[in-house]
Design a protein around this ligand. Structure first.
Ligand code: IPD
Ligand code: CA
Ligand code: CA
Length: 269
């Protein structure tokens, strides 16, 4: 893959992300319809409109590529080039007028992340990374923090939509980590949590039951910013993994040990 080719793909992803971000900002606090996907999780017409806009822009530039996006199935395309898209990460926030959400676009080449773009329109912050080329915020290089130990660290997490019903609800993990860290934030947009780890604004982040589009771009950003991204057992994170642990690397083992303890099945009495 040539550098120019990759740059053209990054430029296309950036344009699409900015365009979708503009739409999100314009329509926030206005009227829009939504429908239920599950008992509590919803999808708004803005999610769908953003996905349509992003996919059509990328398709126009790269008609042979394939797509994995949250709101629709896209058949065909060359599986060697796969775009992984969350058109609006933080839908619950968006629907409630809580201005914390973003666009997340990643591209995989032969199963490896090649580029990632996360755009937070309310702050006009664009996070970008190309594999091997570092991570950037509005064009300036970013690095993970050097903070340690966990006791002095600010970390983040999230909870699955079915937390009230499923066993994998992250509550025990949250309990352990909240006691061990300086603070745990739960802002409601996984991609932004990862972008913030990359930018050194958060020192770590973990979550369960995530989908590829929640984490693809953010995982590359964290790695390219010098951080570490694994599953909860310390194995390298793959885009299809449901559990993620991302950090500055320095507090990784501390978080991992606490997650392992919390996730150990409790013996029945
Ligand atoms: C959700 C957000 C949230 C996370 C959920 C995700 P969505 O994505 O990233 O932070 O806790 O697990 O599903 O539905 O807003 O795109
Ligand atoms: Ca998401
Ligand atoms: Ca979404």
């Amino acid at each position: 893959m040539s550098t120019e080719g990759l740059q053209a793909m990054l430029d296309t992803a950036v344009t699409a992300a900015r365009h979708a971000g503009r739409l999100q900002k314009e329509r926030l606090w206005g009227e829009f319809t939504f429908s239920f996907k599950g008992e509590v999780d919803i999808v708004t017409e803005v999610d769908r409109a953003c996905e349509e806009l992003i996919v059509s822009r990328i398709r126009a530039a790269f008609p042979d590529h394939s797509f994995l996006a949250e709101e629709n199935l896209y058949d065909g395309g060359d599986p060697a080039w796969r775009w992984v898209i969350d058109p609006l990460d933080g839908t619950t926030n968006y629907a409630h007028g809580f201005p914390w959400f973003c666009v997340s676009i990643a591209l995989e080449h032969e199963g490896e992340l090649a580029l990632g773009v996360i755009y937070h329109c309310m702050m006009d912050e664009l996070f970008t990374a190309v594999r091997g080329g570092g991570a950037f915020l509005n064009g300036r290089p970013i690095r993970v923090s050097s903070r340690t130990p966990l006791r002095h660290s600010l970390i983040a997490t999230g909870f699955p939509y079915d937390a009230a019903r499923g066993n994998e609800n992250n509550f025990r993990n949250f309990f352990e980590l909240q006691l061990a860290a300086r603070g745990v934030r739960r802002a409601g947009a996984a991609a932004l949590d990862l972008a913030y780890v990359a930018a050194g604004r958060l020192d770590g982040y973990w979550e369960c039951k995530l989908k590829p589009w929640d984490v693809a771009a953010g995982a590359l950003l964290v790695r390219e910013a010098g951080g570490m991204v694994t599953n909860h057992k310390g194995e390298p994170h793959r885009v299809g993994d449901h559990r993620i642990l991302a950090s500055n690397g320095l507090i990784h083992e501390e978080i991992e040990a606490l997650l392992e303890r919390a996730e150990k099945p409790t013996p029945l009495l």
